[in-house]
Design a protein around this ligand. Structure first.
Ligand code: IMP
Ligand code: MG
Length: 179
């Protein structure tokens, strides 16, 4: 796997420092609230597993699976709910945990959908933000890192379902997806 990575963008150490920082801020902001972390599968599974352990207040967790990409490296614009949440959002302070905000199509769709379920509040926490590619009116409330417009993998992010288990985040060599 390492041979397919052109450049390491964020090391394990960079990521864990940032996750600890975000967890501390979220713990303060949600101190007297009913926090529910909504993990967007599969990409956010690694980030969620780490950030939930850096949050020091009680919280619930639930999972949702949407697909928007298939095996391509550009957004299809079509968001399909593959697995919905199990619990009702009524009265909960929902924090969506995302791996990367790219065009923003996935999150703007999800935000509308979840707001219709009457949560007490709804915010977004994304580890990575590819601002240059934004194509929808959406921004993140808690952001780890701004990243350049390159196709990146690792720490949950995939290309054709591979590389999710890389412990760092790197730029995928073009030869992997242009051959
Ligand atoms: P959006 O709807 O264009 O914002 O796409 C968001 C989703 O696309 C993310 O949750 C990722 O699953 C995927 N994605 C966007 N950019 C990348 C990337 O550079 N590498 C891997 N997956 C990506
Ligand atoms: Mg993905």
């Amino acid at each position: 796997m390492n041979n397919d990575i052109k450049k390491v963008l964020l090391s394990q150490e960079d990521i864990s420092k940032k996750v600890a920082e975000l967890g501390a801020i979220i713990s303060t902001d949600y101190k007297d609230k009913n926090l529910l972390l909504v993990c967007i599968l599969k990409g956010s599974v690694v980030f969620t597993a780490d950030i939930m352990r850096s949050i020091t207040i009680p919280c619930n967790i639930d999972f949702m699976s949407v697909s928007s990409y298939g095996n391509k490296t550009t957004s299809s614009g079509v968001v399909k709910i593959v697995k919905d949440l199990d619990i009702s959002l009524e009265g909960l302070d929902v924090l969506i945990i995302e791996d990367i905000l790219d065009s923003g199509k996935t999150l703007s769709y999800l935000k509308k959908l979840l707001l219709d379920r009457n949560p007490a509040s709804l915010k977004i926490c994304t580890l990575l933000d590819k601002k240059e590619r934004r194509n929808a009116d959406i921004s993140s409330d808690y952001t780890g890192f701004d990243v350049p417009d390159e196709f990146i993998v690792g720490y949950g992010l995939d290309y054709a379902e591979k590389y999710r288990n890389l412990p760092y985040i790197g730029v995928l060599d073009e030869r992997v997806y242009t051959k």
